[in-house]
Design a protein around this ligand. Structure first.
Ligand code: M6R
Length: 608
């Protein structure tokens, strides 16, 4: 999705803007641009494609100045092209605007502005902001932006500069993330802290519907109703090193390798092995209140949704609580049937996903509490929920979510223990599961040390055009997630299915060109899954199996096998997901694809 970077201070602004844009590349984009305030004018450069293309263009220009804004665009209105790239300008080229989000009433605003004589240079919704600000501009840029924003419907994170106000940037947000980084007589703006973390860790988080006026001397925050509010900087716990790739070829591989540590971080101080339970500080509900809960609902998107699906199996089987799951994009527009004793959780790595945020607001509007399972502590979802659990996975840069999923399902395993023990899960069963969770980090390390085996399998199958991923019970959602990982970064068609459903349709796809990945550990559905494997083999289908170590028998019935350590079935997803992540990763590498920047995808989906 789109990204914003801005700077005002004493340094040359261009390297800061370009560095910030490069750090936002992982979010997905199709064009980029900068605007620099300089000697009574604004210099600008835009390019379609990668930041590298923008840099090439800029090399032959003389872009100097200490105040500027920049943008990466992910097209919504108007094709990816140089003319649609941001910044956008008013008619006189005096005001430059970068915008994330969608202006829903742009069409009517554009018509009105054209009737007033404004001339548009792009097909974007965003350009109306530049012309609206121009319409209201009378030497007070902040006031013009404020009045302009009061006319628009939709979502925005914006940064605005004007050539005759060389010591000012105006920023505002509503529904799109935007933060202010505070330095020594210098300020940084970004839609994502990873763009500015190497310059400062002191961050101001404006709320929805707030504006910031920034100069070298300081900043003021006010609402669109013109009320001043105090927003002081907070220190972020992530460091600049956390967002570096280090010696890894890709962020995705680095993040797959960080998973043992993620499990340690997520369980630290929460997993109570001796009591066979878990404890969370942030739920803001007493054990008695939790006992009153008779249904849980997880709302999320993509991988986070599949984490909720794993959570459904864990909580139903371990804690005996009925759990529903719903994708946020469906949930937000359907009738919401929840009772006061339904506990609603939104699950989101970024905490900024537009559909998930809208679903959260809709539930709150109905008067229910909503809890969150998030990674980004300062995110909008983390701030708007009534409590929740942070997964402490550290910044996830790879577009294909891996370590965040691990943090989410680890959290859900802990939740199953916690909810189970305050109900009727026995201490011995709880202890067995808690001990199994404590062994997971070392077991994942063992799997990672055998990554070469997965690499070989991936290289063998890299030219397949389509894959089926199948599992049962706890591993059904892992099959869905395995298929999603493969399609996201390799562009190979893949379908995840409950193995038992295969004969109700997908078996028609089975032939020797369509390999099937079966997740088949020794669990309560092992024999059933073996039968499904036989059905595929009988139709000449090739089978790759994820199996429990020591299962020599299964080896006879499949083409390729990868072993994972033995663990109770409720905990198995924490292991079975790892070889599938590696499989997707090595297949993408074997196909020479850009693993960290898959086509068409964005890291966090901040538009509907
Ligand atoms: O930041 P969120 O967890 O809310 O993101 C949800 C999905 O957009 C995300 O999981 C997406 O499916 C990933 N690309 C999966 O790898």
């Amino acid at each position: 999705m789109c990204g914003i970077v801005g700077y005002i201070g004493k340094k040359e602004v261009l390297p800061i803007l370009l560095d910030g844009l490069s750090r936002l590349e992982y979010r997905g984009y199709d064009s980029a641009g900068v605007a620099i305030v300089n000697g009574g004018g604004i210099s600008t450069a835009k390019a379609k494609g990668r930041i590298a293309a923008l840099k090439e263009k800029i090399e032959v220009m003389n872009l100097k100045g200490q105040v500027g804004i920049a943008h990466t665009r992910w097209a919504t209105h108007g094709e990816p092209s140089e003319r649609n790239a941001h910044p956008h300008f008013d008619c006189k080229g005096k005001i430059a605007v970068v915008h994330n989000g969608i202006i829903e009433n742009f069409s009517e605003l554009r018509k009105t502005l054209i009737s007033l004589g404004h001339v548009f240079a792009s097909d974007t919704d965003s350009e109306v902001l530049a012309h609206l600000i121009e319409k209201f501009y009378d030497e007070n840029l902040g006031e013009a932006v404020r009045r302009a924003l009061r006319s628009v419907r939709g979502t925005y994170g914006i940064a605005v500069v004007a050539s005759d106000q060389p010591n000012v940037i105006i920023a505002a947000r509503r529904g799109s993330p935007l933060v202010l980084g505070v330095g020594e007589k210098e300020y940084y703006l970004a839609s994502d802290i990873s763009a500015i973390l190497s310059y400062t860790n002191k961050i101001v988080y404006p709320e929805d519907g707030e504006m910031i006026r920034i100069s070298r001397e300081g900043y003021t925050t006010l609402t669109l109703d013109n009320k001043f509010i105090e927003r002081t900087p907070q220190e972020v716990e992530w460091s600049a090193d956390d967002i570096e790739k280090g010696d890894f070829a890709h962020y995705m591989l680095k993040e797959i390798f960080e998973q043992p540590q993620v499990v340690r971080n997520t369980t630290a101080g929460r997993l109570l092995i001796n009591e066979g339970s878990a404890h969370f500080g942030g739920l803001n509900l007493s054990d008695n209140e939790l006992r009153m809960i008779d249904r849980i609902l997880f709302v999320a998107c993509g991988t986070a949704y599949y984490a909720g699906f794993v959570g459904k199996y864990m909580l139903e089987e371990v804690a005996g609580i009925p759990v529903d799951i719903c994708t946020a994009s469906e949930f937000r527009y359907k009738r919401i049937l929840i009772t006061p004793t339904t506990l609603v959780f939104v699950v989101s790595q970024s905490g900024e996903t537009a559909d998930t945020l809208a679903a959260l607001r809709e539930v709150k509007r109905k008067g229910n509490k909503v809890l969150g399972i998030t990674n980004v502590v300062s995110s909008t979802i983390a701030r708007e929920t009534d409590g929740g659990i942070f997964i402490h996975a550290g910044p996830e840069i790879g577009v294909a979510s891996t370590k965040a999923f691990m943090g989410q399902i680890t959290t859900l395993a802990l939740m199953a223990l916690n909810f189970g023990r305050i109900r009727d899960l026995s201490a011995s069963a709880g202890k067995k599961m808690a001990e199994a969770i404590s062994r997971i980090p070392a077991q994942i390390e063992g799997i990672l040390s055998r990554r070469g085996e997965i690499k070989e399998i991936a290289e063998k199958y890299k030219d397949a055009k389509s894959f089926l991923f199948m599992g049962r019970k706890f591993n059904f959602p892992i099959a869905l997630e395995g298929a999603l990982k493969l399609k996201e970064i390799t562009y190979i068609h893949a379908e995840g299915y409950a193995a038992g459903e295969m004969k109700h349709g997908p078996i028609a796809l089975v032939d020797k060109e369509t390999p099937s990945v079966f997740i088949c550990p020794k669990d309560t559905v092992y024999e059933k899954t073996i039968s499904n494997i036989s059905e595929v083999r009988a139709r000449n289908g090739r089978v790759i199996a994820i199996a429990t170590e020591g299962d020599e028998q299964l080896k006879q019935h499949v083409d390729d096998i990868f072993y994972i350590p033995r663990t109770p079935e409720a905990v198995a997803p924490l292991l079975t997901t790892v070889p599938l992540q590696l499989f997707a990763y090595y297949t993408a590498v074997a196909k020479n694809l850009d693993v960290d920047k898959p086509r068409n995808l964005a890291k966090s989906v901040t538009v509907e």
